[in-house]
Design a protein around this ligand. Structure first.
Ligand SMILES: [Zn+2]
Ligand SMILES: [Zn+2]
Length: 276
């Protein structure tokens, strides 16, 4: 029998793009309106960004890549760690989670997933700012015109040892994949939000939830204090571990200028870490 795998990958590609398009249009309208009133850095509208094509390609490539690799790793993990190999047993194993964590109410599993994944990603993010790993993460920091559409610009190695790896660990630990119904849309919206060109700090809530100003400080050049604000969602990690930075009465400016040799198109960026 001929393999149906190529057909399945094409179908998955179609399904993912079908899902991503309406979300993208909604985000584009929302952030265009918000930026009109509350821009952090006046400069250019996101649709006039010089590297718009690069960001759009990442925007669609990353969800497809993430989905295929996540499924692959979950299947591999179940085989290696739990000795589960046939398709039916695999589905039963992951369908509603397994073990003690899966007995918690779904909302509690979702909260646990958000907090645990954010804690792990904080440390992975710090690792990616260290010498041997920076070349992969530098791609994310190469956006000079930072906006919501820049949120997906990540090298695959960064994704693998970042969000994808952490998702796989938590699902293998037993949390139900059904939490993704809430966590997925929240993460998509929130990661676009923190990259958006907005002057929002959310007042006292700046300690509770990562904001555009919080994350834009992270994207500033090193001499401006770029090595701060590593948390993706909850700034509590930066407060606890001494990397929090939100200068009062100032807005961040000047992004992605530490690495001047990074190509501006995606193929060059994917090859960049291996050419050094
Ligand atoms: Zn970073
Ligand atoms: Zn970022």
């Amino acid at each position: 029998m001929a393999s149906t795998l190529p057909m399945e990958v094409i179908l998955m590609l179609g399904q993912t793009i079908e899902k991503v398009v309406p979300i993208t249009i909604a985000l584009a309208i929302l952030f265009s309106v918000l930026t009109h009133f509350w821009a952090c850095n006046g400069a250019v509208s996101w649709w006039r960004k010089r590297e718009l094509v690069t960001d759009v390609v990442y925007w669609f490539f990353v969800p497809v890549f993430g989905r295929v690799v996540r499924i692959g790793l979950l299947v591999l993990g179940a085989g290696v760690v739990f000795n589960i190999h046939d398709a039916e047993a695999l589905i039963a194993f992951y369908e509603n989670g397994h073990g003690p964590l899966s007995h918690l109410p779904l909302w509690a599993q979702a909260v646990l997933f958000l907090v645990l994944s954010d804690f792990m990603l904080y440390w992975m993010h710090r690792l990616f700012h260290a010498a041997g790993f920076w070349k992969y993460h530098a791609i994310h920091h190469s956006s000079e015109e930072l906006d919501w559409i820049s949120a997906a610009r990540f090298h695959p190695v960064n994704l693998l040892l970042g969000t994808i790896g952490v998702d796989v660990i938590l699902l293998m630990a037993g949390i139900s994949p059904n939490v993704m119904l809430w966590v997925g849309p929240f993460n998509t919206f929130h990661s676009a939000f923190v990259h958006a060109n907005l002057s929002w700090t959310l007042g006292p809530f700046k300690y509770l939830l990562a904001t555009p100003v919080f994350h834009r400080w992270h994207h500033t050049v090193l001499e401006q204090g770029g090595n701060t604000n590593f948390a993706g969602t909850f700034p509590i990690w930066d407060i606890l571990f001494g990397t929090f930075r939100m200068p009062v009465g100032r807005l961040p400016d000047g992004y992605g200028k530490d690495e001047t040799t990074i190509p501006t198109e995606i193929i060059g960026q994917l090859a960049f870490p291996f050419r050094r």
